[in-house]
Design a protein around this ligand. Structure first.
Ligand SMILES: [Zn+2]
Length: 131
């Protein structure tokens, strides 16, 4: 889809809980176009509970172009990337997880991983502590 198509398409609020909550005081519409969605997200950026977002809604926000702002430090420095991620064992030995895809912050180093990738990190971390 082109950017214009994204902005003019209509999106059902029922599929995006965080967006629906942001929109409810302002409109009774059940669908909003991309521009309206982006506007609501941008206005509420500081109040969005990032952990409550579904992966679908997160993907939608990315489609809208919202995902350039780091929820950790607030810098507009997030880039979609695939990088190696280093974990430390309890004895300090580094363990590298290769090719993790997520949104990396160039300012503070924070990474927001996709659901499946986050699970890989959790699994690897659990594995380390069992040893
Ligand atoms: Zn950051």
């Amino acid at each position: 889809m082109t950017d214009t198509a994204v902005m003019h398409a209509l999106y059902p609020l029922a599929e995006f809980p965080v967006l629906a909550a942001l929109a409810s005081p302002h409109t009774t519409a059940t669908k909003l176009d991309g521009r309206a969605c982006l506007h609501l997200y941008v206005r509420a950026l500081g109040d969005i509970d990032w952990l409550a977002l579904t992966s679908r809604e997160r993907e939608f926000m990315r489609t809208l172009g919202l995902f350039t702002i780091c929820p950790c430090c607030g810098a507009s420095a997030l880039v979609r990337d695939t990088r190696d991620h280093v974990l430390s064992r309890s004895d300090g030995t580094p363990v590298t997880l290769t090719a993790l895809t997520g949104d990396y912050c160039n300012a503070c180093g924070e990474v927001i991983l996709d659901g499946a990738e986050g699970q890989r990190v959790m699994d690897a971390a659990g594995e380390l502590h069992r040893r």
